[in-house]
Design a protein around this ligand. Sequence first.
Ligand code: C2E
Ligand code: MG
Ligand code: MG
Ligand code: MG
Length: 291
Amino acid sequence: ADARRRGEPVRVWTTGMAAVQPWELELQAQLRSAIERDELELHYQPMREAATGRTVGVEALMRWRHPTRGLLPPASFLPMAERSSLIVELTWWELEEALRQCARWRAEGIQVPVSANLSPRLLVIDELPQIVAERLAAHDLPPDILTLEITENALVSQPARAAAMLGDLRVSGVKLSMDDFGTGYNSMEILKALTLDEIKIDRSFVADAHGSLPDVAIVRSVVDLGHRLGLRVVGEGIEDEPSERILTELGCDVLQGYAFSPPLPARDLTPLLTDPKRCGSSAAALAAPPA
Ligand code: C2E
Ligand code: MG
Ligand code: MG
Ligand code: MG
């Protein structure tokens, strides 16, 4: 704005946060062609029912197999994509790939629900509910096999519009999960504004739950709050057996973390999903409602 006032040429500004750096433009260009070059991957991390140890879902997490930099985690490219419209294209790819894999598993007799992260940027794309419904139908999948994970900044820009869109998605049968619960400033506002199916307690509370009294109190209260609202409560970032025990004792319905499995390429996860010791393979078991 200052530049414009001074009559200087305006640089490439995005969402008013920062100017785009040259390295970012290069990475952006590479990311744009990553889709067509088939460099993006989804890895899947199992979500495990605390009471039974069954896998009740998998979360799809994006990776970029960069030609020179190796396998990149989402933190190294998604924020940049979110500052441009690239995130929209990436999300269509992500949803399509997650649904395709879900259908592939079903064809192999594995009825596993899939969770996909949804960038808040998608909540201003009016066709989102329609496209999601269309792609589910194209893969012959029931809508409730898909959970969309949103974060607490989902309602930051255009809250009414975003809430209406999420309402439409849920009416269509897709499930909604609030990710990283407790890390934003408006957790309670979101619980009031949206009808959800699940909350995922952020791993920052989980990691310290054995040592720290505040974290235990917070987790216990969030579990209680979630259950009072009829939601399934997931504990994220369970790295070891003590965390598993504590989060189970505190009443989390579902646990997710390195203690059970890191996110894996689908082909590496499939054997774990068909192992009867690790996974209830009946559709009824996987579709079990929250406790
Ligand atoms: P998230 O949705 O909260 O996903 C959980 C993150 O925690 C993942 O990081 C996962 O690999 C990591 N994690 C899982 N278990 C453990 C554990 O026991 N300990 C620790 N320390 N970490 C654990 P990842 O894959 O790097 O993803 C980071 C974030 O990027 C995700 O956080 C999500 O917000 C975003 N993201 C990932 N994939 C996508 C995508 O396809 N679309 C969008 N919009 N966002 C995505
Ligand atoms: Mg998530
Ligand atoms: Mg999370
Ligand atoms: Mg996160």
